[in-house]
Structure formats: C-alpha cells, structure tokens
Design a protein around this ligand. Structure first.
Ligand SMILES: [Zn+2]
Length: 209
C-alpha cells in the first residue's frame, strides 16, 4: 500500500459506515487532511462527547441526554397513542416528518431468522408492562414493510394479545421492502392516516374509522 498507515487505518474505519465504500472512505480521509487541525479536533471531541452523554430513554428507548427523553416528558403529546417502532432511525424519521404526536416505544431489534436476529425479550416484556399500565387507547405497530417487518409485527401483536388498547398497523403508502427511516413525509403521513385495526378482539383487519 502506497498510502501512510494512519490514513489507511482511518479509511478502514470510515469504510465500516453504512453506505460508505472504499472510495468514499478515501475521500473522507483526504478531506480531513486538507482541513485545518481544529476540524479534526472538533470531530474527535464531538464523537467522544456523543458517546459519553447519550443513552437510551428508560421509557421509550429513544436516544437522549436526559431521562426521560424530551418526547416522553413533553406534556403536549397525545399520551393515549403509542407507536411501536423497530429502531431509533424510524422514530427520528416520523418526528422529522411531524406526522405523529403520540408517544413511542422502540423495540431495538427485529425478527430476522435469516440474520439470526430476534427481538430482545426484555424489550418485549417492557412493552407489555408499558401497554398494560400506560392507559393507551391505541397502539400502532409501525414495523417496516418487509419480511422481517412482518415477522416483527406478528411477534409484537402476539405479545399484546388480550390487552385493552386497540391495535393498529401502518397501511398503504410505504413501498414494499422500504424502510420507515427513509420514507418521505407524504408517504409517512399516508401510512399513519390509513392504518388498519388489527386488534385480536375483533379478529379482523378493518380500516380505521
Ligand atoms: Zn422517551
């Protein structure tokens, strides 16, 4: 390799980022070398600060620097509706789109037998407790429109069976195989508005309202 060892090491680290290939990793490393030293210092200290100060909200699982997180402690949110999501990225996408004003619960995983992934059992039981004690009138299971999202949906639905709130699921709008994290605002709005009732109590997939 004709490149210096530290540059090569940094390139290897960058190439582990999602969506970053070898060429982009090289561009990032060379870009950093061209910037004033303060830029690298700020980048390094910001990464350290993020790692030290950010943790998961004890109620919803959102990333936060205070517990409960700003969403869980916001008095203006609709505390009657809970939206269950696979990951923080999906939650940030819904928040950014401004299409949902209730509370969230992040599963922090999904069911994917192909990848050997399953829902963390402690998150599922925590969700059960939260739904039992939270007094919600509706729980939206907002898993991604994929095979894994489907499997995750049924695992969550099964864990909430016989509980009081109406259970709904995101409907049309989201492209099959896509993710909530990458959907645009119009699509997210359509899928929230067209959610369908999947409560086991009435045992049918009726459209909401
Ligand atoms: Zn929270």
């Amino acid at each position: 390799m004709s490149i210096s060892e530290p540059v090569e090491r940094l390139m290897k680290l960058f190439s582990r980022f999602p969506g970053v290939g070898d060429k982009t990793a090289r561009r990032f490393a060379l870009f950093l070398l061209q910037q004033p030293g303060e830029f690298s210092d700020e980048l390094a200290s910001t990464i350290s600060l993020m790692r030290e100060s950010t943790f998961s909200c004890s109620i919803c699982g959102n990333l936060t620097t205070e517990d409960p997180c700003p969403v869980c402690s916001d008095p203006f949110r609709d505390r009657g509706v809970l939206c269950v999501l696979e990951n923080v990225e999906d939650m940030l996408s819904l928040e950014q789109a401004g299409v949902f004003s209730g509370l969230y619960f992040i599963l922090g995983g999904r069911v994917s037998p192909m990848d050997g992934e399953d829902l963390p059992p402690e998150r599922l039981s925590r969700l059960g407790e939260y739904v039992r004690e939270g007094g919600f009138r509706e729980v939206i299971i907002a898993t991604n429109p994929s095979v894994e999202g489907d499997l995750t949906f049924y695992a969550v639905l099964d864990s909430l069976k016989s509980m009081k709130p109406r259970i709904t699921r995101l409907a049309f709008g989201l492209p099959l195989g896509g993710t909530i994290g990458y959907a645009d605002r119009v699509t997210l709005h359509a899928s929230i508005e067209s959610r369908v009732d999947v409560s086991l109590a009435n045992n049918s997939f009726e459209r909401k309202e």
